[in-house]
Write a protein that binds this ligand. Sequence first.
Ligand SMILES: Cc1ncc(COP(=O)(O)O)c(C=O)c1O
Length: 397
Amino acid sequence: MDLAARITQVKPSPTLSLDAKTKALQADGVDVVNFGAGEPDFSTPDYIKQAGIRAIEDNFTRYTPVGGIPELKKAIVDKFKRDNELDYSPDQIAVSCGGKHTLYNLAQVLFQAGDQVVVPAPYWVSYPPIITLAGAEPVIVATSETNDFKMTADELRAAVTPRTRAMILNSPSNPTGATYTRAELEALAEVVLERNLLVISDDIYEKILFDGLSFRNMANLGPELKERTVIAHGLAKTYAMTGWRIGFMAGGKEIAGAVTKLQSQSTSNPCSIAQKAGVAALNGPDDSVAVMCAAFDERRLFLIEALNRIEGVKCFRATGAFYVFPNFSAHFGKRFGDLVIDGSDRMADYLLEEARVSVVPGQAFGEDACLRLSYAISLDDIKKGLDRIEEALSRLS
Ligand SMILES: Cc1ncc(COP(=O)(O)O)c(C=O)c1O
């Protein structure tokens, strides 16, 4: 079957396929410790679930306005004002079927053949294919581990060409858990203004932030930068709502209008029930978020310290999201029987086969020295998994 070139040039999401492989093993009764999870191990809070149930009972089950119901757009506008001191009007907002869909839509309406989009590595797995599917070229910028894998202004400047249209920034980051400081954002902002770039700010982990840090993005750096920034956001991570599929963008009216037009000819509105649940999530108290973050924080601190105690493993202090990105490269080149651990893919395979521990190879995020471990699992599982990893590493020679 001849499929369109557009789809043959992208690979399936490696994190989702790893998750499928792990779940298949678990379904066969194998006791796997799964550090691969990209979603909170918490349930959607009750008040949000109740809003969804009420929406069904009230027969709120029909088509809605394509770019989101007014009530949800208002809740999003209020959220930006309250949490981020950013003013948007409802026509600057478009609601989509998850954060990934929001990013996909943005790429479709903003990028085209000939455009380059800067993506700092390590990057979230879907950025390059989303850009490629829009006909544009992702330009991967290597960053330095000594800077917690955050892109510097010099690295950005060196990557920019006359064809560069935009850059994507994700802070806190998946996969590294690193967070940009205000000063780091300001340095990048100089290049953004100098080279007239657009910024796609993926803020999906905004509220999962530790060490007393407060969140900020490019749009916070003044009106000129706000104008050049499009925020991609969603409810999945903050409210443990990964299955509900609500994402949203905030930015220029023209962009929101274009996203809405694209949806009108593709997906139509996001799920009506999920939108009502989304209103409850955004307007409700953030107590559940605080409880979740406190649990994440305890696991984060334990995990970072314990990883750094394992010989040949180095892990910098992640300050957000629910991932750490330790460097395992000191073990590369070692053997287990005939198997040579030649990089992160083999290391992840080895750990799954021999230690029954599922981790995501850094290769999937454009940084082969590392593995991504999610701590959206219990502290007991984290301890068990780390013991298994340490034992498996000690068997390499
Ligand atoms: C950095 C980042 N952006 C966007 C998303 C998309 O989230 P969703 O489509 O579930 O809202 C994810 C999910 O893993 C992510 O890690």
